[in-house]
Design a protein around this ligand. Structure first.
Ligand code: SF4
Ligand code: SF4
Ligand code: FES
Length: 476
């Protein structure tokens, strides 16, 4: 059993695991402690000197991030001595900092901005000319470096050494000429975590920069559907759309990180080319369609459904309950991409809810194997209507297009899509919009059998309808 210890922080009793990190224990107990270099997912550097504390019986202040919790410790970071130490350190961090918050993408979520506002240090103490370093450097993988905003906390270099072990970044030179050096362009698949962990605006995301101010965004906590790992994430969005995806700490699945592929999963949701209304193919052009006409067009035809693996457990259940148990149904699975597992988080199986789909098919007495899909495709005839639920993220469009060439024999082809209209979709007579992962509540099951939650944010596809709604048209 984990041994707990009792200690006092600023006069308040707190409890922590014996030997655990003192700074983390204070944060976990709701105490405010300034810190830049400490990150729970990285080794201790103790370089920013912002988390200083005094302890009864210890002659000199020390950084809390480099100390461990012991029974009976009496610690304070609210004494005049510590407050002066933190303010002096802050001044030091600000000496050469450009303080260009109005044009900095980190404004509103910047540790440096928060503390200089709190300590009233709006004006630089520097009487000499500031040392200027290179701004706006593209260092690869969607990451931009502004060297003069860097406070040399070393979180980024430790990340590339300890997490990805790719060593692209380092710190070169000394004193006020010390700066982040890019040994080689970022090449690892987790590079955008650097933007998250940089406590200031030195590392920003090319994708997100200047698109939105963070105070105009709301966050939806949900699950990444980029692969079968199912990382916990939050999507920043407002009524105009979704703007970025960030990881949420989840001890059991993704820890502090997510991969760069997962950062892209929101793009189709508020894309201007996303299908918004039921549409009809008029000589290769999709124009808004009347649902009554579609219902008429499918009347008397034999329905065949090809489902994707990006539906929720609840959607499968509703579908099989309302229509699927009586119709011919098969499952399209995305092909594997890359290694089975990259050793950090990413998995080659991109079918976010394969396990949920397999379970639902089995429960409904249906076959979810590729052989069953082949059988359905081979049986397609001219009196059939084939419904294809388009996977939410198509990593390999060619593979999906091959499927589409096999449904051409059906006289009526209908796609139910949560995303954009692809050129290959001209094979369909009708396109119907269905909710994206950001517009529905429900569960998916990840690679290890864990239930992961999808939470709905704002709705962009105003006219989307659940797939079982369309299923009810079918004369089965
Ligand atoms: S770039 Fe950011 S994360 Fe890296 S050392 Fe500078 S401040 Fe820290
Ligand atoms: S590892 Fe998979 S689930 Fe996690 S962020 Fe990457 S794509 Fe998403
Ligand atoms: S957070 Fe403790 S020294 Fe930086």
């Amino acid at each position: 059993m984990t041994e707990k210890v009792k200690l006092k922080w600023n006069g308040k009793d707190i409890e922590a695991v014996k030997g655990s990190n003192l700074l983390q224990a204070a944060l976990d107990n709701g105490q405010e402690v300034a810190h830049y270099c400490y990150h729970a997912g990285l080794s201790i550097a103790g370089v920013c000197r912002m988390c200083m504390v005094e302890q009864d019986g210890v002659p000199r202040p020390f950084p809390a991030c480099n100390a461990t919790c012991g029974e009976g410790m009496v610690v304070r970071n609210d004494t005049p001595k510590i407050k002066a130490a933190v303010e002096n350190t802050l001044q030091f961090h600000l000496l050469n900092h450009p303080l260009d918050c109005p044009v900095c993408d980190q404004a509103g979520e910047c540790g440096l901005q928060d503390y200089y506002m709190k300590h009233g240090q709006y004006d630089s103490q520097m009487i000499d000319k500031k040392v200027h370093k290179e701004k706006v450097q593209d260092i690869g993988k969607n990451v931009m470096l502004d060297a003069e905003r860097c406070i040399l906390c070393s979180r980024c270099t430790r990340f590339t050494e300890e997490v990805t072990k790719t060593f692209e970044l380092g710190i070169l030179n000394r004193g006020d000429h010390a700066e982040i050096t890019v040994n080689e362009e970022l090449k690892n698949d987790y590079a955008q975590n650097l933007v998250d962990i940089c406590p200031v605006g030195a590392l920003t995301s090319k994708d997100f920069r200047f698109k939105q101010r963070v105070w105009f965004l709301e966050e939806v906590y949900t699950t990444c559907i980029g692969c079968e790992t199912g990382c916990s994430v939050k999507v920043s969005q407002n009524k105009n759309g979704a703007y970025r995806v960030k990881p949420v700490f989840d001890e059991t699945v993704n820890g502090h990180w997510m991969c760069d592929d997962g950062r892209q999963i929101y793009k189709h949701v508020s894309s201007p080319t996303r299908l918004q209304v039921a549409s009809e193919n008029m000589n290769g052009l999709f124009v808004p369609a009347d649902e009554l006409n579609i219902k008429e067009a499918v009347k008397g035809k034999k329905a065949k459904f090809i489902l994707s693996t990006s539906l929720t457990n609840q959607e499968y259940e509703r579908f099989f309950h309302e229509v699927g148990s009586k119709a011919e149904v098969a499952l399209y699975t995305l092909p594997k991409l890359g290694a089975d597992f990259d050793g950090i988080l990413k998995r080659g199986d991109k079918n976010a809810n394969l396990r949920g789909a397999e379970h639902a098919f089995k429960k409904a007495g249906k076959d979810s194997t590729p052989a069953a899909l082949d059988k359905l495709l081979n049986s397609i005839g001219s009196s059939d209507v084939v419904y294809v639920v388009v996977p939410e993220i198509l990593y390999n469009e060619d593979h999906f297009n091959t499927l589409l060439t096999k449904i051409e024999k059906a006289s009526m082809r209908i796609a139910l899509t949560p995303g954009e209209t692809l050129s290959s979709m001209k094979v369909f007579n009708y396109l119907l919009p269905v909710p994206s992962f950001l517009e529905k509540e429900g569960d998916i099951v990840n690679f290890s059998g864990d239930i992961r939650k999808l939470n709905a944010g704002l709705s962009y596809g105003e006219t989307t309808k659940d797939i079982s709604y369309y299923g009810n048209w079918v004369n089965v």
